[in-house]
Design a protein around this ligand. Structure first.
Ligand code: COI
Length: 358
C-alpha cells in the first residue's frame, strides 16, 4: 500500500495554475510539493500538498551546520507519450552518497520514486513540451534536529519541488579562470551535492560576472593547476579530435550528464579520455589550434558551449569552434531524453501510471 497521503487541496490548487509565457530556469514553481519526514528512527507517511512555506525550528541543524543535500533531474514530455525521467536512479544513488558524506539518512528508493513520480504525474499538464524545456525536479534533504551543539541530526525532512524550466545557461558561455579561491578541498565535500559547495562558489561567480563573464572555472585546490569544473557543470575539451574531461578525484561532482556524454561520445566512435588537464595546456592548445572546442555540461544546462576563456589578468582566449561537437552531443542527448530517438542505453524511464491523479 502506498505510504503517502494526497491532500484534497492538491487538485484544486493545480486547477488554478497556468504556465507563464516566459519560464526561465527555476523561477516558476509547480504549486504542489512532496514531503516525507524521518523521526523516531523511521520514515513517517509522506504527503503531497499545496506548495508553501515550511516551518523550521530556528535551531535546526541545517540552518547552522548546513546539513543539506540536493539533486536536480528532469522530467520530459515531448510528443504524445507519458512523461519520462532520465536516469533517475543515478540521482538517487548520488544523493545517498552525498547524504552519507554529510552524516544524513539514506533515502529509500520507494520514497524517492514516490516523490518524483507524484510530482511529475500531477504536474504532467504543465511540463513544457518544446525541445530543451522540461520539468526540473529538485529533491532535497535537510537535518531538522533542534540543537545548537555540533553534531548530526536524527530528524530529517525530504522534499521534492518542481519547476517547469528552460535550459539553464543557454547560449555561448564566456568563462574566467579562478586563480585565487577554491571551491572545495581534496577530502572535503566537493563531490557531494550539498549547498555549501555552491555557497563557496558564489563570491567568485559574482566577481567574474562583474567583469562580464558567465561562470568561474575552478582549478584543483592543491596546485591550482588542473581544471576541476565550472560551479554547476562539468568541463570538456576537444583536443586533436579527442574529447578530454577532468578525471574524477573527489573534489568535484560526478555529473550524470558528464557520464552520459562520455557514453554517448564513445557510442559515436569518439575517443574520450578522463585525465588531469592542466589549465596552461588548454590555453596553449587554444592558441596552437590543438584545442578546437570547449563545452560544459550538467542536468540543468545540458551541453553549453564555451566561446571565451579569460585569465585573471584580463588575457582572453577565443575558442576556434563554438557549438559544433557540443551541438551534436546536445541534440543526441536531448533526442534520447525527449524520446524522439531510440535509446541504446535504456536511460529513459516512463513515469509509472500508479502516480496518476485518481
Ligand atoms: C543541475 O544541473 O541540476 C545543477 O544542480 C546545477 C544548478 C546549480 C542549477
Amino acid at each position: 500500500m502506498a505510504n503517502y497521503h494526497i491532500s484534497s487541496d492538491v487538485l484544486p490548487t493545480l486547477a488554478d495554475f497556468s504556465l507563464p509565457d516566459e519560464l526561465g530556469f527555476g523561477e516558476v514553481k509547480i504549486p504542489i510539493m512532496y514531503r516525507a519526514d524521518y523521526a523516531d528512527g523511521a520514515w513517517q507517511p509522506a504527503e503531497l500538498t499545496p506548495y508553501g512555506n515550511i516551518e523550521i525550528d530556528p535551531a535546526a541543524k541545517v540552518l547552522h551546520y548546513a546539513q543539506e543535500v540536493f539533486e536536480g533531474l528532469k522530467a520530459y514530455k515531448v510528443g504524445d507519450g507519458r512523461a519520462n525521467f532520465f536516469r533517475p536512479l543515478e540521482n538517487l544513488k548520488r544523493m545517498n552518497l552525498s547524504s552519507a558524506r554529510m552524516c544524513m539518512i539514506e533515502i529509500p528508493e520507494d520514497i524517492y520514486m514516490d516523490g518524483i513520480g507524484l510530482m511529475t504525474a500531477y504536474s504532467e499538464a504543465f511540463i513544457p513540451n518544446g525541445s530543451g524545456k522540461s520539468l526540473y525536479l529538485r529533491p532535497f534533504l535537510i537535518g531538522t534536529r533542534s540543537n545548537l551543539g555540533m553534531g548530526v541530526s536524527d530528524t530529517f525532512t525530504f522534499m521534492v519541488i518542481a519547476s517547469p524550466s528552460d535550459i539553464y545557461h543557454a547560449g555561448h558561455m564566456k568563462i574566467q579562470i579562478e586563480r585565487e579561491a577554491c571551491r572545495a578541498a581534496r577530502g572535503g565535500t566537493g563531490a557531494a551535492k550539498t549547498g555549501g559547495n555552491y555557497a563557496a562558489s558564489l563570491q567568485s561567480a559574482q566577481n567574474v560576472q562583474r567583469r562580464g563573464y558567465d561562470q568561474s572555472l575552478w582549478l584543483d585546490p592543491i596546485e591550482m593547476k588542473y581544471i576541476e569544473e565550472l560551479s554547476g557543470m562539468n568541463f570538456f575539451i576537444l583536443q586533436n579530435g579527442e574529447l578530454h574531461t577532468p578525471m574524477l578525484n573527489g573534489s568535484f561532482l560526478a555529473g550524470i550528464t558528464r557520464d552520459s556524454i562520455i557514453s554517448l561520445a564513445r557510442h559515436k566512435g569518439i575517443t574520450v579520455v578522463e585525465r588531469d588537464i592542466a589549465i596552461q595546456e588548454v590555453l596553449t592548445g587554444i592558441q596552437s589550434g590543438a584545442v578546437s572546442e570547449i563545452f560544459a555540461c550538467g542536468t540543468a544546462a545540458i551541453v553549453s558551449p564555451v566561446s571565451v576563456i579569460a585569465d585573471a589578468d584580463g588575457t582572453t582566449y577565443e575558442v576556434e569552434k563554438v557549438d559544433q561537437l557540443a551541438a551534436t552531443l546536445r541534440q543526441s542527448l536531448l533526442a534520447i531524453q525527449e524520446r524522439r530517438e531510440t535509446d541504446p542505453f535504456s536511460w529513459s524511464i516512463e513515469v509509472d501510471n500508479k502516480y496518476n491523479p485518481a
